[in-house]
Design a protein around this ligand. Structure first.
Ligand code: NDP
Ligand code: 2IT
Length: 449
């Protein structure tokens, strides 16, 4: 296995995040390869780590003062064994090929776990929507879609949102696709409810993450009720993770953005969360403003050079990292353990570094890995596609019920796979194995393509 990983690293040196994701998956599915020698003969590892297609393109756009800008657009079409490529678009200055390849790779197995018919993909741009006017964002989205439209379609590749891409961006992208293709189809998910979106899609990643945490706790005869929870981020996933924790009787005491975090030991209740939603989704302000408004909260500026994040260093029961990748290093993981945290459930993609993952597993922390725990978002995207195909919309209760069942099934299949390979309670290995086997069996059925 080490040899295979080294070949992948040597082929694309410098793709740090991609190598990290590949190493985590390949190390945990090693027992599956041992048991199935034909996977090696068929070069499954080499095939599954090589994207089916990568599209990179220029995105020129004009700001409100007439200044010209050029960004880079990407779409990684990773694997279509289980269905059309499916996965989000990220607009953030840090976006590069390595980050999108890691996200696309993870998406393949995540989508497999949902049991819906979706392959895996990811895309985006190094465009920074922060501080841009609505018209600048619109012009950027239109230019981005002016190239992307020829590569996607409702049966080919169906993008959605991720960091920096929410309902506003999906609307502008959809409008341009429709104009260019002269077709009103379900080519994007995360659309607004009035024109083809699904109820519960905005909530789905966060709600699903908490449903997954509740399943893990139920295994230990426990519930979310009265649990003190650390949540990072303050975007889509953090907001709805917090909303569901609060609804189930838990207490959320932190939220963050890339500038800093707030600690509110009295608990972020429904009305404070409503303030955060307006602050982040309408005003597009900073989390610091929470502490300006609520005097019981303390704001701490993020110190990137500190080597640890103090947000993860408070007495708590549960942690829900919902901001971005690699936000919990080994020191943070040890701090969480020392503070009595017994459950870590990932709303973000790959928020815990591999050293931290190993610490959680060694210390019997209930650890819900991203590809299982945050699969609720893409699962409801799959349900949005189903509703679009039928030209029908299901009521919120129905979508939520289906989401709950899907999260329950992902929890079960991860546990079952782990038990089958003598790793009881190891959701990390279990989710990787269950997702991997499903994709590989489909690849084998479909021949060498
Ligand atoms: P949003 O853009 O809505 O929110 C992102 C949040 O994370 C913001 O609070 C942002 O702060 C913070 N953040 C982003 N980048 C960094 C960084 N480099 N350092 C510190 N903080 C950062 O995105 P989402 O909530 O949609 O996504 C959050 C995570 O969840 C990502 O890992 C995403 O891949 C994952 N995810 C999202 C799904 C979805 O359906 N949206 C589905 C499954 C996973 P700031 O405002 O300062 O940038
Ligand atoms: O990481 C993810 O699963 C997402 N950003 C959601 C993808 C989707 O297609 O809904």
């Amino acid at each position: 296995m080490e040899n295979e990983i080294n070949i992948i690293k040597g082929r694309d040196p410098g793709e740090r995040e991609f190598h990290q994701a590949v190493t985590e998956v390949l190390e945990s599915i090693a027992p599956v390869l041992e048991k199935n020698p034909e996977y090696r003969r068929l070069k499954i590892v080499q095939r599954i780590t090589e994207p089916e297609r990568i599209i990179i393109f220029r995105v020129p756009w004009m700001d409100d003062r007439g200044g010209v800008h050029v960004n880079r657009g990407f779409r990684i079409e990773m694997n279509s064994a289980l269905g059309p490529y499916k996965g989000g678009l990220r607009f953030h200055p840090s976006v590069n090929l390595s980050i999108l390849k890691f996200l696309a790779f993870e998406q393949v197995f995540k989508n497999a776990l949902t049991t819906l018919q979706m392959g895996g993909g990811k895309g985006g741009s190094d465009f920074d929507p922060k501080g841009k006017s609505d018209s600048e964002v619109m012009r950027f989205c239109q230019s981005f879609m002016a190239e992307l439209f020829r590569h996607i379609g409702p049966n080919t590749d169906i993008p959605a949102g991720d960091i920096g891409v929410g309902a506003r961006e999906i609307g502008f992208l959809f409008g341009m696709y429709k104009k260019l293709k002269n077709e009103f189809t379900g080519v994007l998910t995360g659309k607004s409810i009035g024109w083809g979106g699904s109820l519960i899609r905005p909530e789905a990643t966060g709600y699903g993450c908490v449903y997954f945490a509740a399943e893990m706790l139920a295994e230990k005869n426990s519930t979310i009720s009265d649990k003190i929870c650390l949540v990072s981020g303050s975007g889509n996933v953090a907001q709805f993770t917090s909303e569901k924790i609060i609804a189930l009787g838990g207490k959320v005491i932190t939220l963050s953005d890339s500038s800093g975090y707030i600690l509110d030991e009295s608990g972020i209740d429904e009305s404070k969360l409503h303030f955060v939603k307006r602050l982040k989704n309408v005003k597009r302000g900073r989390i610091k403003e929470y502490a300006d408004k609520y005097k019981e909260a303390v704001y701490t500026v993020c110190d990137h050079g500190a080597g640890y994040n103090p947000l993860w260093n408070y007495k708590a029961d549960c942690a829900f990292p919902c901001a971005t990748e690699n936000e919990i290093n080994e020191t943070d993981a040890q701090n969480l353990i020392n503070n009595g945290v017994s459950l870590v459930c990932e709303g973000a993609n790959m928020p815990v570094m591999y050293g931290g993952v190993k610490l959680f597993l060694d210390n019997n922390i209930l650890y819900g890995p991203a590809k299982a725990a945050n699969a609720g978002g893409v699962a409801v995207s799959g349900l949005e596609m189903a509703q679009n195909s039928m030209r029908l919309s299901w009521p919120a209760e129905e979508v939520d019920q289906r989401l709950k069942i899907i999260m329950k099934n992902i929890h079960r299949s991860s546990l079952d796979a782990a038990r089958q390979y003598n790793l009881p309670g190891n959701y990390f290995a279990g989710a990787n194995m269950a997702g991997f086997i499903k994709v590989v069996e489909a690849m084998i059925d479909q021949g060498l393509v």
